[in-house]
Design a protein around this ligand. Structure first.
Ligand SMILES: *[C@@H]1O[C@H](CO)[C@@H](O)[C@H](O)[C@H]1NC(C)=O
Ligand SMILES: *[C@@H]1O[C@H](CO)[C@@H](O)[C@H](O)[C@H]1NC(C)=O
Ligand SMILES: *[C@@H]1O[C@H](CO)[C@@H](O)[C@H](O)[C@H]1NC(C)=O
Length: 200
């Protein structure tokens, strides 16, 4: 039996390695729309063709999108969710105008692309690409940490930590009394100062 253990170990190693390779597969370049001329106005019968295409793909960080189009009449804009919904071509965060645009998806989360031609966008030339980070299939919003207690205690005068207690049998009450006396005298002298100021 003992001679089999290394074999099991190797098999285990191989399986886990391939499992992780599969999870973080080699980067893909996606032809947008699934064809060489996919970035265009969909047929009127199928306005959601591009959106539907994107929903059926799995995009990971490191993958790329390839948009092919005639740059005399079209372009690619990366926009906000709001501008995606309303087909607003102003204020694009990125504008691409090369006939072949390949862009790398560096960040997880949704990416919104619309045609630079507002009319084309309204006819369905638009795309939401939701990018996953490998190993984290569902990017979850991080809940804001709820501050239950203040991070620092209120600035009360901390009792001085005496390094070595004296040899007397009851050091602690004596120390506390001393602290109380020091604090008390502080209040006493502050009162004196305030009274003095009031008199001045
Ligand atoms: C619309 O396009 C999608 C994606 O290409 C396809 O699966 C679907 O069959 C099309 N529907 C029609 C009615 O053409
Ligand atoms: C259109 O694409 C060609 C070839 O890719 C490029 O040389 C040209 O600069 C592009 N035009 C614009 C307006 O970006
Ligand atoms: C991704 O990163 C590369 C290199 O830092 C950059 O050139 C590219 O514009 C980025 N892609 C996007 C979509 O921002």
């Amino acid at each position: 039996m003992a001679s089999l253990n290394p074999v099991f170990f190797l098999v285990f190693l191989l399986l886990t390695t391939f499992y992780h390779l599969g999870e973080g597969r080699a980067p893909h370049t996606f032809l947008v729309g699934g064809s060489a001329d996919g970035w265009k106005v969909p047929e009127s019968s199928n306005k959601t063709r591009l959106i539907h295409w994107a929903e059926t793909q799995r995009f990971l960080v490191g993958d790329s999108l390839e948009f092919n189009y005639d740059n005399k009449t079209d372009s690619v804009l990366q926009v906000t969710k709001e501008n995606y919904e309303k087909c607003i071509t102003k204020e694009a965060s990125k504008t691409y105008t090369a006939t072949q645009t390949i862009l790398k998806l560096n960040e997880s989360g949704p990416h919104y692309f619309i045609s630079g031609d507002q009319g084309n966008c309204a006819k369905g030339e638009k795309l939401i690409v939701v990018v996953e980070s490998p190993g984290h299939p569902m990017p979850k919003p991080v809940p804001a940490p709820a501050p239950l207690t203040p991070s620092k205690p209120p600035s009360s005068p901390a009792p001085p930590t005496s390094p070595a207690p004296p040899t007397s049998p009851a050091p602690t009450p004596a120390n506390n009394t001393a602290v109380g006396l020091v604090a008390g005298s502080g209040i006493f002298w502050t009162s004196i100062a305030v009274i003095g100021l009031a008199w001045a």
